[in-house]
Design a protein around this ligand. Structure first.
Ligand code: ZN
Length: 136
């Protein structure tokens, strides 16, 4: 898939996700993650990981971004950029959470160790979670 043709606003998403990452609440792991979701109506909504002393209550950046967008009245999502250090892939819980809204959602995988404006890797959510659980 070609990033520029599929997600022409990828620079904005990358910048927003990287900026949100700076707000991560990660006092335990020190592993900061930022996410920026592009809604179907063109909004960009961000999230960051929010850890908790109980660990189990920790929320990933991707779910924070989508939940914030839903709270703003959005339910259609075209793409999400995930920015972190290392190998930026969403966890299994986030894959299931995201596929609720769009199985073909485009995922931009942004390693912040790479220079800003380095194109993120582009994958489709259904590539990352084939045969997802569905009630419908
Ligand atoms: Zn996750």
């Amino acid at each position: 898939m070609n990033l520029n043709s599929h997600v022409p606003r990828w620079h904005e998403l990358q910048s927003a996700a990287r900026a949100a990452r700076e707000n991560a609440w990660a006092p335990y792991s020190h592993y900061q993650v930022g996410a920026a979701v592009l809604t179907s109506d063109g909004r960009i909504v961000v999230g960051c990981n929010v850890e908790n002393a109980s660990y189990g209550l920790t929320i990933c950046a991707e779910r924070v971004a989508v939940a914030a967008a839903v709270a703003q009245g959005c339910s259609g999502f075209a793409a999400i950029c995930i920015s972190l250090t290392g190998i930026p892939v969403p966890c299994g819980a986030c894959r299931q959470f995201l596929i609720e809204f769009n199985k073909g959602m485009l995922i931009l995988l942004d390693d912040v160790n790479r220079a800003h404006d380095t194109p993120p890797e582009l994958v489709s959510l259904d590539e990352l979670l084939p045969r997802a659980f569905r009630l419908l």
